[in-house]
Ligand binder design. Structure first.
Ligand SMILES: [Zn+2]
Length: 180
């Protein structure tokens, strides 16, 4: 990851951030690319075919649509129904169908994340609503920050840790988990 961006790179970055009508996944990809990250897309051999795979970072990134993945809805309770969240509004007509579908998707997401974690992969979920223009830049910067913390964690040698490094290592864990 470059510490300093040339004016051209910076311009490309901003163009990626402000691009209109771009699919959320493409937005994230373009941003990472211009930051110097290299990745694979939809890695077939990994559970859940992650949208973006950064091999050097042992990290899978999922860019999730808020509706299909039931962002912020509580589906784990015993109730058959689930409540709408601000960014996941379930249609009134044929509601049981949508509730079942979203519930399945959420369960599958969880299984995939668990499998990947068991295989030693970090998982980061970027939500569509966090890529709205007013939040986009902050989200993408936070993503890059999470990746740099993951890199530190990958290279940390526990016995040789200094306290401040230990702190950063712990931050990496929190950063990746708070996005799920
Ligand atoms: Zn959302």
């Amino acid at each position: 990851m470059p510490d300093h961006l040339s004016p051209q790179q910076r311009h490309a970055n901003m163009a990626a951030i402000h691009a209109k009508d771009t699919k959320p996944e493409v937005m994230v990809r373009k941003y990472l690319w211009h930051q110097g990250f290299r990745y694979r897309l939809n890695h077939r051999r990994l559970p859940g075919k992650p949208d973006i795979v950064l091999l050097r970072y042992h990290t899978c990134i999922f860019v999730n649509g808020c509706f299909w993945h039931g962002h912020n809805v509580a589906v784990d309770g015993p109730d058959a129904d689930i409540a709408n969240s601000e960014c996941c509004k379930i249609p009134k007509s044929n509601r049981p169908f949508w509730v079942a579908k979203i519930r399945r998707n959420r369960q599958r997401d969880e299984e995939v994340r668990k499998k990947l974690a068991d295989m030693g992969w970090f998982c980061i979920t970027v939500w569509e609503c966090d890529l709205k223009p007013q939040r986009r830049e902050q989200t993408l910067q936070a993503l890059v920050y999470s990746l740099s913390r993951i890199m530190l964690r990958l290279h940390a040698k526990p016995a040789a840790l200094r306290p401040e490094e230990e702190h950063l290592t712990m931050a990496a864990e929190e950063e990746t988990e708070y996005r799920q």
